[in-house]
Design a protein. Structure first.
Length: 350
């Protein structure tokens, strides 16, 4: 779909895709993928139903409801009298089942062979209502968020696409905001940070990243990816200082796992980075509002604030990463908007 980073690959034809919606979209399917998708649905659902760890209580309940609906739709079919006499009604068979504790394998075994075959057969049509409802995860759709920087002011809660909210701005001590020193500025390192930030946000479909719960596996994955893509940010002894946009791009490109990133997707990240670096008009805010929210360079401050809270230490003492992010934020505030605009323009044409 070209909108998100491809987190997954079709096991049949190796076509990259970012989500179940992308996987099922006819507009994004190649001929090869069209030919293999139906077989994949059948195999994957069979494996998923039998998986011991794949279903939460709520997911099992939804699966049961779908099975019941399937059984009701099958009542009109002409089944042999012997089979009708031998098989209890599906609802009766599941009446005494504790969905919260029953294993997927035991739930599957409650279906007759004919019902199992019909259930799998119904999934052969990926575009059918039954397959769409079964494969659609309401919980995943609710949690998935488009990047906050793509949201427009006129969006409402009724819009189909859910965007993340802007991160909460950090407090930058005024004593840290000093005139820029001579020599290469930190803005090229900031460019690398923004590329990494855009990639991780899109890959995890989470925005802002600071909304991740520490118990969530994506929380650890986000921190790991920052360490992989911009190690100078996490290494307290690092002296890496990029001197040009090309230098920053070349370095971070070499750190990506190429199986998860195509050149077309990297182009999307470059456009994201240009947006995140570009200064905005001075905003009019309320007297109680954070004054950073009206600063022209506020967008990259939002980025650094989000990363700051992702790495925020539970103790009162700031971590080395947090202190470094504050230093970058202070540097951004001291950078003239014209310099930031020139940097954004340079990134946009890459």
């Amino acid at each position: 779909c070209r909108r998100q980073v491809s987190r997954y690959t079709c096991p049949e034809c190796n076509l990259p895709y970012c989500s179940s919606t992308c996987f099922k979209s006819p507009a994004s399917l190649s001929l090869a993928h069209t030919n293999c998708s139906e077989a994949f649905y059948k195999k994957q659902i069979e494996v998923d139903i039998r998986s011991e760890s794949s279903k939460s209580a709520e997911e099992r309940q939804k699966m049961l409801e779908l099975l019941k609906r399937f059984e009701e739709d099958s009542l009109d079919d002409n089944m042999p009298d012997e089979e009708e006499e031998d098989d209890d009604d599906l609802a009766d068979r599941f009446a005494e089942v504790d969905i919260a504790s029953a294993s997927p394998d035991s739930l599957w075994s409650l279906l007759t062979k004919t019902e199992q075959d019909k259930f799998i057969k119904a999934l052969h049509d990926p575009s059918g209502n039954f397959a769409q409802e079964l494969l659609h995860s309401e919980e995943l759709e609710k949690e998935s968020r488009e990047p906050w920087w793509e949201a427009s002011p006129g969006l409402t809660e009724d819009d189909d696409i859910q965007y993340g909210t802007k991160p909460e701005l950090i407090t930058i001590p005024s004593s840290m905001v000093k005139p820029l020193p001579s020599g290469p500025p930190l803005i090229y390192n900031l460019c690398s940070i923004c590329i990494a930030y855009a990639f991780i946000t899109r890959r995890l479909a989470t925005s802002p990243l600071s909304s991740l719960d520490p118990t969530d596996s994506d929380y650890d994955e986000a921190r790991r990816l920052f360490g992989q893509l911009v190690p100078f940010l996490l290494d307290r002894k690092s002296t890496v200082l990029h001197t040009t946009v090309s230098d920053a791009i070349t370095d971070i490109w070499s750190r990506f796992d190429k199986s998860t990133l195509s050149t077309s997707t990297f182009s999307v990240l470059m456009q994201d980075t240009a947006i995140l670096l570009r200064p905005l008009a001075i905003a009019v805010t309320t007297p109680t509002h954070n004054e950073l929210a009206s600063h022209p360079n506020r967008t990259p401050i939002y980025v650094l604030s989000d990363i700051y809270r992702l790495f925020q230490s539970q103790s009162a003492k700031p971590s080395p990463v947090s202190h470094k992010l504050l230093f970058y934020a202070a540097h951004v505030l001291a950078t003239p908007p014209l310099v930031m605009r020139s940097l954004a323009d340079d990134v946009a044409v890459r």
